[in-house]
Design a protein around this ligand. Sequence first.
Ligand code: BES
Ligand code: ZN
Length: 638
Amino acid sequence: MSFVRTAVVAAALLIAGCQSSETNNASNASESSREAQIAPILDTPEAKDPASYARPLEARVYHVGLDLNVDFDAKRIGGTASLDIDRKPDAKEIVLDDKGLEIASITDGANQPLDYKVGAVDPKLGAPLAVTLRPDTTRLIIKYKSAPDAGALQWLTPEQTAGKKKPYLFSQGQAIENRSWIPTQDSPGIRQSWDATIHVPAGLTAVMSAPKSTEPITQGGESTFSYRMDHSVAPYMIAIGVGDLAFRELGPRTGVWTEPVMLDRAAAELADTEKMVEAAEKLYGPYRWGRYDLLVLPPSFPYGGMENPTLTFLTPTFIAGDKSLVGLVAHELAHSWSGNLVTNANWSDSWLNEGVTSYFENRIMEAIYSPKRAAQEAALSFDEMEKALAEENNGPNTQLHLGSKEGVPDGGSSGIIYDKGAVFLRTIEKIVGRDNWDAYLRSYFDRHAFQPMTSARFLADMRENLLKGDKGLEKKLQLDNWIYKPGLPSNVARPDPAAFASVDQAVRAFVAGGPAPAAFSGWTTAEKMRFINKLPRKMATSRLDALNNALKLNDAGNNEVLFAWLDLAVRNHYDPAVPALERFLTTQGRRKFVQPLIKTLAADAQWGRPIAVRVYKVARGSYHPITQRDLDQLKLGG
Ligand code: BES
Ligand code: ZN
């Protein structure tokens, strides 16, 4: 970057200029001096983000200041966004991302109006918001409101909450939803620091993905909360939750927020969180975000978890009563390194976020629980990868680095991005040895902390710092095959065949006509899932009866086990599972669970579709806008 800047930010930017051309210096720079800079924009072609209208090399946002009012009646968040910008002196405009924002005015730092224009709307990406710059413009002040149907926001009525008394709001930014409530450049390669002052009706609590900057104040029927993120983060990581929220400490720097009636169960399930942070640090270096808190959301939260910095968002469906699904917590925590510190520059490389995190998650599980549990979870993930490879016929969607068509948000399959990504890193670990690999990965996070990453950059970094010219090692690793070729390279590290030996034996015995396995209730969650998933997809009703009666699968308290069972039941038109199915689909809205089940039902005209129509009529209103958008395509009414 070679921008000429105005006096205020000149010093910081000069450092940023050096930094972006010589990133290896980053490991030498102290944390504070690195943080004082504006995060660099990668200017190589593969780092471009086709999902954003921004042209950051001409003009980019580096700080977002929000002062917003949360209006539950109108279902709108509105107020002002003050954007600090860094620009080429001759830049004529800055382009922001906008999805349905209602803009009242845009002025510069001296309150002089600036011209702006909202371009053509794309149904996925929204529209470019181009603001004309004067030669001296370095700040934009935007007065605006979000639309009532903003894709990032879900507004819940009191009846839709656990406590039934107060309304609730939460946001979900990843991948490209935040442009529906924050007017900024919504691209993961354009890191921004931010602060927010949030006004909510008194009696509600607002939490955000940043440290609290002042104590809340309540006055005249309104409470005001302030948060400030001094690190620069990808804009999808700005998140908010508002509701009747209570907090409980889990450890010195960990805690959980949730509705009061959920607090005991959530805290019990999350009791190992502090230990997880310690284990993660021991593996890959310091946790750099201060506190690690979690927000356990209402059941319509569309994901398992979301790694919002300092405040992971979680579905309540992970609560099983026995910590058997806390791999989810390890996963979101691991994103504090892979994803939040070192971030995919665009969504073609989301394996760098999700694949590296899935590997890291498994290492945390191994450290805290047992090598056996970790090996089983890794073997399940390997199955998911194989399923995805088969579904895609080893086609172009099975590369880790996705082409620009597949690399749009939501374009890749999780069996590739998460599971093949993790298998890739396990393969490297096996070839170079755990100690070498761990030392490298730790240094990778240090070198690239608070910076964007691409596959090309990752490869160059690995060649420089791990392979160091070793030709034999280069050949053994097949790095380019893993990242740029579809299918599975020949050096793949396969999971430990012992991981599920006895479960697979039980599958064979049952398929041969034997009774349901007597040991089932004592099995791990991974073993139960493996058993159900390895059964043939077509089975006689009498055999499903044998399973359901012996194993009480319709009443499974573990949602992953229940989901695996319901998938099998639906494929076999198994009527005795329908009440459990309807309950499952109408009491939670996690996309990974509801979308495949409803899709399978909808595709089956005779038996399934009427169930899908009936369920969607009841459930649609409680699903998140993202989930609705997906399922509306099935034209079920509702
Ligand atoms: N970052 C993802 C969630 C996400 C991905 C949101 C893409 C929007 C677009 C999160 O870390 C995640 O991977 N969640 C998983 C759980 C995990 C244990 C595999 C989920 O939601 O199921
Ligand atoms: Zn993830």
